[in-house]
Ligand binder design. Structure first.
Ligand code: ADP
Length: 503
């Protein structure tokens, strides 16, 4: 409304009515307010927008109707319009009634008979929905703008229609250079077929999912990317173009390659180290074997000459001398036993194992056969819970292992009590577990780990003779055949040893 001087009360009234009829005809909220900040009239859309009948609004102070918060917000605009300026603004204001809304408002001053505005007409557009859409759009645009992935849109003919900053960075073309160009500027010649296929699928409305491929940058360099191509549909659901989201995976590919190489070198290093260790082990074993072997000769000499002394010079030796000679013989024999056991232990890792399917019952009976004397002297009772299972093992090694377990079962009992040993087996998945259970002195749990080591003994040889190698052989032998060993026992409560071997 242009500023216009109206003279005469009648003319002023006519103009007023004119204004009102125009205002009420508009589909958007319109109101006329007076200089003393009250409503003079409101259009129906205005009343509807505020949610009150117009009779309740007209004549009321503006602040009472729209609330102090909204009034504060529009106050500066009112000041300006009352100073004679047309005001147009867009703002988000919290109105009593409609709540927080974006509005676009135009305030025009009105003049009665005087020189200063007597009030103003306010035309209000509720632009809240538009704003929300714009915000949403802005957010989406920001996502596209800030994405690390290159996002390129193209027509079905393969003409680039937009590209984001990541695409500019990855492919090296500025957006204004790329838009309008064929997509083939970033496709290496040998990937053109792939592109045709992708486009064919898109025309059918299909997405491609992720796939790794190669694209060409402006400087000709090739870039490994992971690509997703999706159709762009128009409002009618027709495919009109395609969007491509490309992730630069050059770095990932490089890391993968580096990792692969590292793994390879690591594997090489490990196997080299293993080979070295195996060699050292073999050397050590050979050394142990020779030493043990060579030790036996002087030992036999000691044993032989001590016995000769006892036989030929008993008179001159006297009883004390004879006792010394006897002790030499005993010590030599004990040492021989130790060496024999050590030899057996080291043979375990030197000798080739011949694994075959064995009936545990057979091997147990063979072992018992070898122990007949011992069993008889100690009046031991042995029970076998037939049938025992079958295992894959080396016969001689397994016999040795079972013999050692049985010997211990018979040996480690309280003096004067009768040894009772029970043998049973059970299947556990792919393994067969053989139990050797006795009624002996048992082993406190804190020693369970130790007793399987070489020379570890819990008793003096006076109480229970032995070399401390028996269980070490049990463990090494079982493990070499792909099995495990264990014990369940408490001091004074008997012991249950087990070995587990592949079935
Ligand atoms: P050795 O029998 O020659 O002493 P082993 O290696 O066979 O050597 O056993 C190591 C130690 O484990 C034994 O000295 C003994 O203290 C303990 N042990 C082994 N078997 C049993 C058992 N059945 N009951 C109680 N203790 C045992």
């Amino acid at each position: 409304m242009a500023r216009k001087r109206v003279t005469g009360a009648a003319a002023a009234r006519m103009a007023e009515e004119h204004l009102r009829s125009i205002g009420e005809a508009l589909p958007t909220p319109v109101t006329r307010c007076s200089r003393d900040l009250r409503y003079l009239w409101v259009s129906q859309p205005y009343a509807d927008w505020l949610g009150h009948p117009s009779e309740e609004i007209v004549g009321q102070p503006i602040v009472d109707v729209i609330g102090p918060e909204a009034f504060e917000a529009i106050r500066p605009h009112i000041d300006r319009v009352l100073a004679g300026t047309r005001v147009e603004y867009e703002a988000q204001i919290s109105f009593r009634g409609p709540g927080l809304r974006w509005i676009h408002a135009v305030y025009t001053p009105t003049y009665g008979t005087g020189d200063t505005p007597d009030g103003w007409v306010a035309v209000v557009f509720d632009v809240d929905d538009r704003h929300r859409l714009e915000e949403e759009h802005g957010r989406l645009a920001a996502i596209v703008q800030n994405s690390d992935d290159a996002i390129v849109a193209k027509t079905l003919d393969g003409v680039i229609t937009s590209c984001n900053p990541a695409a500019e960075r990855i492919f090296g073309y500025r957006a204004d250079e790329a838009i309008g160009c064929p997509i083939t500027i970033i496709i290496p010649p040998d990937r053109l077929d792939e592109e045709h296929e992708v486009m064919a699928r898109l025309r059918r409305g299909e997405r491609t999912g992720h796939f790794d491929t190669v694209r060409k940058a402006k400087d000709g360099s090739l870039i490994d990317i992971s690509l997703t191509v999706s159709p762009i549909l128009d409002a009618g659901g027709r495919v009109v173009g395609a969007s491509k989201i490309a992730r630069d995976i050059t770095e990932r590919k490089r890391t993968e390659a580096a990792l692969k190489e590292l793994t390879l070198t690591l594997e090489e290093r490990v196997s080299e180290r293993t080979r070295e260790l195996e060699e050292i082990n073999a050397e050590l074993d050979a050394f142990g074997y020779t030493v043990s072997h060579d030790l036996r000769a002087p030992l036999r000499a000691m044993d032989g000459f001590a016995k000769a002394l006892m036989a030929d010079h008993a008179d001159t030796l006297g009883s004390r001398g004879l006792d010394y000679a006897r002790r030499i013989v005993e010590a030599a024999q004990r040492m021989d036993l130790l060496i024999q056991d050590l030899l057996a232990y080291s043979r375990l890792s030197r000798d080739e194992l011949r694994r075959e399917r064995l009936d545990l019952g057979d091997v147990v009976r063979e072992a018992l056969h070898g122990l007949e004397d011992e069993i008889r002297t100690r009046s031991a009772s042995i029970t076998i819970a037939d049938p025992l299972g079958t295992v894959l093992a080396d016969r001689a090694t397994l016999r040795q292992i079972i013999t050692n377990l049985l010997t211990n079962g018979i040996k480690f009992v309280e003096e004067g009590s009768t040894p009772r040993v029970r043998i049973r087996s059970e299947s556990r998945g792919l393994m067969e577990r053989l139990w050797v259970e006795d009624n002996g002195i048992g082993i406190a749990p804190r020693y369970h780990g130790r007793i399987f080591r070489v020379f570890e003994r819990l008793h003096g040889i006076e109480t229970y003779p032995g070399t401390g190698i028996g269980l070490a052989i049990v463990r090494r032998g079982t493990e070499r055949m792909g099995g495990r060993v264990g014990v369940e026992s408490n001091a004074g409560a008997g012991a249950k040893f087990w070995i587990e071997l592949p079935r």
